[in-house]
Design a protein around this ligand. Structure first.
Ligand code: NAD
Length: 348
């Protein structure tokens, strides 16, 4: 076994031939699709483009992703997951979701519809379709509020969500467990920290992009509470790498994919200010909701031991790359012409 950039060479007999990525046109999904194509797998995307965008797939299209590889469908509909029976992927990476904590607070019914019903629909199709490995995306929100002495949280920590988003992601984890025991579905369920990086945008997106967009756009940043609350931030290419590595391994069950360290919202703001060169003061406001988790960090020992994975991109470097992307977006970058053609094809 030789040592590589990710620690250990993945077993080659588990090289995935075909990988379906649900939510592949989203923020994390689009990075995953490009990374899996680099590794030599045939990749297809299943997405309903509710938050995902065809422009996100520009890298993948340059790398050979075609119109036929992009399936426009809804994971909540039986026909939406037909691609699993028809195309027979050996690995399914399930990222399609309602991913926003504030949206789940406003619309718990919609959140449950996508994250619970949609996830069960995907799991059921994978179990019946003979998929070798399901890689699921879940969130540190499943653990809810954790005492300071129990941080960083290990995978065997009790699941006790306090927000509707945490509840719906936790239900997905329980269904995975049932499909594993009842139907022999093999799964690796990744508990992500707060993922950030290029292409994260939209109303309720991650705090790094929100701050970068506000500062570069000349708007004041609002920080809820006193800004000393912490999260575990992980750069998106490290997440894509973790998924690529996991595709080559047998199932490892729940595994944390994060940095392992707490970063406060105030530290995030200072780092984004430095990277953007804009030095506006933030405005502090009281928390508008009572279910906010105070501190979070995830223990990454299991990922290192079983997958040979550990994060490579420092927070300072990741923020620098995210701010560069925000600057490029605000300057209105050109979309590659093959992506424009795909966009037209998919909207017809
Ligand atoms: N971004 C984070 O910090 C973070 C943290 C923890 C977990 N996660 C999880 O990672 C996954 C990806 O999140 P993201 O940040 O890339 O969000 P995203 O919104 O960018 O991606 C989600 C994708 O799923 C698609 N989608 C939504 N509903 C669908 C449906 N009914 N049918 C088919 N496609 C649908 C969207 O169009 C989008 O392309 C989600 O499961 C999310 O819960 C994200």
């Amino acid at each position: 076994m030789s040592v590589t950039a990710v620690g250990v060479d993945p077993p080659t007999d588990l090289m995935p031939r075909r990988v379906l990525v649900t939510g592949g046109a989203g923020f994390i999904g689009s990075h995953v699709v490009a990374r899996l194509m680099l590794m030599g797998s045939e990749v297809r995307v299943l997405d309903n483009f509710s938050t995902g965008r065809i422009e996100n797939l520009a890298d993948a299209v340059s790398g050979g992703l075609t119109e036929a590889d992009i399936v426009s469908g809804d994971i909540r509909a039986p026909e939406g997951v037909e691609v699993i029976h028809e195309w027979q992927p050996d690995v399914v990476v399930h990222l399609a979701a309602q991913p926003s904590v504030p949206t789940a607070r406003r619309s718990p019914l919609y959140d449950a519809d996508v994250n619970v019903f949609g996830t069960v629909n995907v799991l059921d199709a994978c179990a019946r379709g003979g998929v070798r490995l399901l890689i699921n995306a879940t969130s540190s929100d499943i653990f809810g509020s954790v005492a300071a002495h129990e941080l960083p949280v290990r995978e065997d920590h009790p699941i006790a969500p306090v927000s509707p988003y945490g509840v719906s992601k936790a239900v997905g984890v329980h269904y995975l467990d049932w499909y594993g025991r009842q139907h022999g579905l093999s799964y690796t369920s990744m508990v992500f920290g707060n993922v950030y990086g290029p292409r994260q945008e939209g109303g309720d997106c991650g705090v790094v992009s929100l701050m970068a967009d506000a500062l570069l756009g000349g708007r004041q940043v609002v920080i809820h509470d006193d800004g000393t609350q912490t999260r575990d931030f992980i750069y998106v290419s490290d997440v894509a790498e973790a998924i690529a590595v996991a595709c080559h391994h047998n199932a490892v069950g729940m595994v944390n994919i994060a940095s392992g360290r707490q970063t406060s919202v105030n530290e995030v703001y200072d780092t984004v200010r430095q990277a953007s060169g804009v030095d506006n003061a933030a405005r502090y406001e009281p928390l508008p909701w009572p279910d906010e988790v105070r501190n979070m960090a995830l223990d990454t020992t299991k990922a290192r031991e079983l997958l040979g994975w550990y994060p490579k991109v420092s927070f300072t470097e990741g923020v620098r790359l995210t701010v560069r992307d925000a600057r490029r977006r605000q300057a209105g970058s050109q979309i590659l012409s093959p992506v424009r053609a795909l966009e037209r094809a998919i909207s017809h």
